[in-house]
Design a protein around this ligand. Structure first.
Ligand code: ADP
Ligand code: MG
Length: 274
């Protein structure tokens, strides 16, 4: 598929991984709806589904019968990302996932540089886009490593409840190791609170704890030393949970909902980030 020129001054492409090994935090919902909101702003967006559950692909109406090439073939058969693009709208396209992606880890076990398959696939055959957004699986295995080796930026979706920070140490350690050994560019650019409820006191405590943690790393060489807690909070909104069943982003399914408003504001904040 060929993209139309976006008409926007040529900025370098941003490659963002939505990463948290915990399931159910809002990675897929944010990949789809942030992607759709950026595409609404006429940015050319490619979403890559790296979760064998294929939730992102399903959310945008790409069921197995409609998928010609997937991220599985990119990883295991040397297909380029460009060849696996499925157009969703004028500015949005998807590299979908199918369930066979679950086997990629085992199939690649004795392959050299197996963490770099995704990156190689882009370098061999570059894509002309403003954003690539990668929906990571809820694990720390090879699929996540491939995602983190392609990305320049990680955004961590978090839910502000008392287990939110559980697992954070391993998440951060994974990013540190990838940065040291595989991808010097990698940085954690932001924390995004999802399914946010303003009322409970706990929300404030978790938010404060995250902010303190980031402040403590300023000026260090940690990948999160420049991270920010995004001002935009994605509120809990039932329309966001309904949209996948209608194969639509929140902007199409419920344009007047709180969910659509939050992801549109988030897109602006992401565009303003340096
Ligand atoms: P992950 O990809 O991290 O596993 P999902 O994005 O799939 O998480 O979200 C988990 C579930 O929560 C899904 O059913 C999704 O529809 C729902 N969900 C995500 N964000 C919200 C929100 N802000 N409000 C209501 N439901 C949400
Ligand atoms: Mg998901």
């Amino acid at each position: 598929m060929e993209f139309q020129p976006s008409g926007i001054d040529c900025l370098p492409m941003r490659i963002i991984a939505l990463f948290n090994q915990k399931g159910g935090v809002g990675k897929t919902t944010s990949a789809v709806n942030l992607g759709a909101a950026l595409a609404d702003e006429k940015r050319r967006v490619v979403l890559i589904d790296m979760d064998p559950q294929g939730n992102l692909s399903f959310h945008l109406g790409l069921e197995p019968g409609k998928i010609h090439h997937s991220s599985y073939q990119v990883l295991t058969q040397g297909i380029s990302l460009k060849e696996a693009l499925h157009p969703i709208g004028e500015f949005l396209s998807v590299v979908p996932a199918t369930s066979d992606l679950a086997g990629a880890e085992v199939e690649l076990v004795d392959q050299p540089q197996r963490e770099l398959r995704l990156r190689d696939a882009l370098q061999r055959d570059p894509i002309d886009a403003d954003f690539i957004i990668i929906d990571c699986p809820p694990s720390l295995g090879l699929l996540t490593l491939n995602s983190l080796c392609l990305a320049d930026e990680v955004i961590i979706p978090l839910q502000a409840h008392f287990l939110a920070l559980q697992g954070m140490a391993r998440l951060l350690e994974t990013c540190s190791l990838v940065r040291q050994r595989l991808n010097r560019k990698l940085k954690i650019s932001a924390i995004l609170f999802c399914q946010y409820e303003a009322a409970p006191r706990l929300t404030g405590e978790v938010t404060e704890e995250v902010e303190k943690f980031i402040e403590a790393a300023r000026g260090t060489n940690q990948p999160w030393s420049d991270a920010r807690v995004l001002q935009t909070r994605i509120r809990r909104n039932i329309k966001l949970a309904e949209a996948p069943s209608f194969s639509q982003s929140i902007l199409l399914y419920a344009p007047n909902s709180a969910g659509a408003a939050d992801y549109s504001v988030l897109a602006q904040e992401i565009l303003e980030m340096k």
